[in-house]
Every structure is written in C-alpha cells, then in structure tokens.
Design a binder for this molecule. Structure first.
Ligand SMILES: CC(C)(COP(=O)(O)OP(=O)(O)OC[C@H]1O[C@@H](n2cnc3c(N)ncnc32)[C@H](O)[C@@H]1OP(=O)(O)O)[C@@H](O)C(=O)NCCC(=O)NCCS
Length: 172
C-alpha cells in the first residue's frame, strides 16, 4: 500500500471515482468529471495549485502494481490551528477494511509527520457505516454529531454527520 501525489496516469481512477454512486452520495462537492481530459486537467492543474497554496493535499492510493485504486485527501488545511479534514474513497473492486484502513492511516501519518498537524478531523455521513468502522479501526474517536452538515453530490439531500477526530498519539 502506497500513496503518491496524483499523476496523469491516475486520471482513469479519478474519472471512475468521481462518477461512483457511493462516492457521490457520501462526499460533498465531488465534481463528476465529464471525460478523461477533465480528470487530467484536475490532476495537473487544480490539485498542484491547492497543494502549493497549502489548502489541500491529494493522493492516489496504490495497492501493488497496476492503476491507482482510490484517493486520499487532506482538505481544509488550517496551519494556524494545526488541523485538517481527511477523506478517502476506493473504487468498488478495491473496497476492504485492509485497504481503506491503510490508505487512511498513511494520509493521516503524512499530515502528522510532514505537515506537523496536531489533529485530523473526519465527517462521515451518519448512515455511512463503513467509513466509521475504518476510522475507529485506526484510532479516530467519535467527538460529536452535526445534523444536516453536508449535501450529497448526487442527490443534494442533506446528510447528518458523525464528527470524529484523531491526534498523533492515537493513530494506530
Ligand atoms: C469509505 C470506504 C473507503 C470504506 O471502504 P471499505 O473499508 O472498503 O468498506 P467496507 O464496505 O469494506 O466496510 C469496511 C468494514 O466495515 C464493516 N462494516 C460495513 N458496514 C457495517 C455496518 N453497518 N456495521 C458494522 N460493520 C460494518 C465491513 O464489514 C468492513 O469490514 P471487512 O472488510 O472486514 O468486512 C468506501 O466505502 C468508499 O469508498 N466509500 C465511498 C466514499 C466515502 O464514503 N468516503 C468517505 C467519506 S468521509
């Protein structure tokens, strides 16, 4: 399991993920790329711009040789607070607790070790049990409930969210 900053070759993975029903249901603001060229532009222009502005760090998730199987990201980076928000998605064929937990652990470790964050937050739809299981598995503690916090990218309906957080000493 490995994370790398996205490269052009990851465009097909991004394209498929941005159109995946579960990703679109449970993640807010997911832009459904129209075609591969749009995904390439996002990878080569948008993601590096966000990274350079210290606003977000996006990674492709690799599980052995072959194309990337998902995405992991730190967004809403707040250097003054030493905090950020994390999210991860996997293509359906790669979904398993092992892969999801490794990807989430690696992106959190990057946040703590390279960005010197002191806390990483996650907001999961209350009805998105898999990601809550994955988060708890690597040390996220449930810290609150936020009614109607975010909108589905597909239906635009509001989801209640479970707020969870992890600090460096608790990541396992
Ligand atoms: C979030 C995501 C990466 C989790 O992936 P995953 O671990 O592969 O998901 P799984 O469906 O395998 O569920 C994880 C574990 O939780 C368990 N689980 C799932 N639903 C459960 C439930 N209702 N109660 C108890 N356990 C449950 C599963 O058994 C699984 O463990 P296993 O692999 O040992 O069987 C994946 O679901 C995804 O890409 N979702 C779309 C995007 C998304 O929601 N991202 C999160 C945004 S915060």
């Amino acid at each position: 399991m490995e994370l790398r900053r996205p490269i052009e070759e990851d465009a097909d993975t991004l394209l498929a993920g941005s159109r995946d029903p579960l990703v679109r249901e449970f993640m807010q603001g997911v832009f459904a790329h129209r075609d591969r060229a749009s995904a390439v532009r996002w990878i080569t222009e948008v993601a590096p711009g966000l990274w350079d502005a210290d606003r977000a760090a996006h990674f492709a998730v690799l599980d052995g040789p072959g194309p990337a199987v998902g995405w992991a990201e730190l967004t809403d980076l707040r250097a003054d607070e030493g905090a950020a928000e994390v999210a991860v998605w996997l293509l359906p064929a790669a979904r398993s607790l092992r892969v999801a937990a490794s990807a989430l652990r690696l992106v959190c470790r990057f946040g703590f070790e390279q960005l010197e964050l002191q806390r990483i937050d996650a907001y999961a739809a209350a009805d998105n049990m898999p990601v809550q299981v994955v988060g708890a598995f690597i040390g996220f503690r449930r810290a609150g409930f936020r009614p109607q916090l975010f909108r589905s990218s597909s239906t635009h309906t509001l989801h209640d969210a479970v707020y969870a957080t992890v600090v460096p000493g608790e990541l396992c």
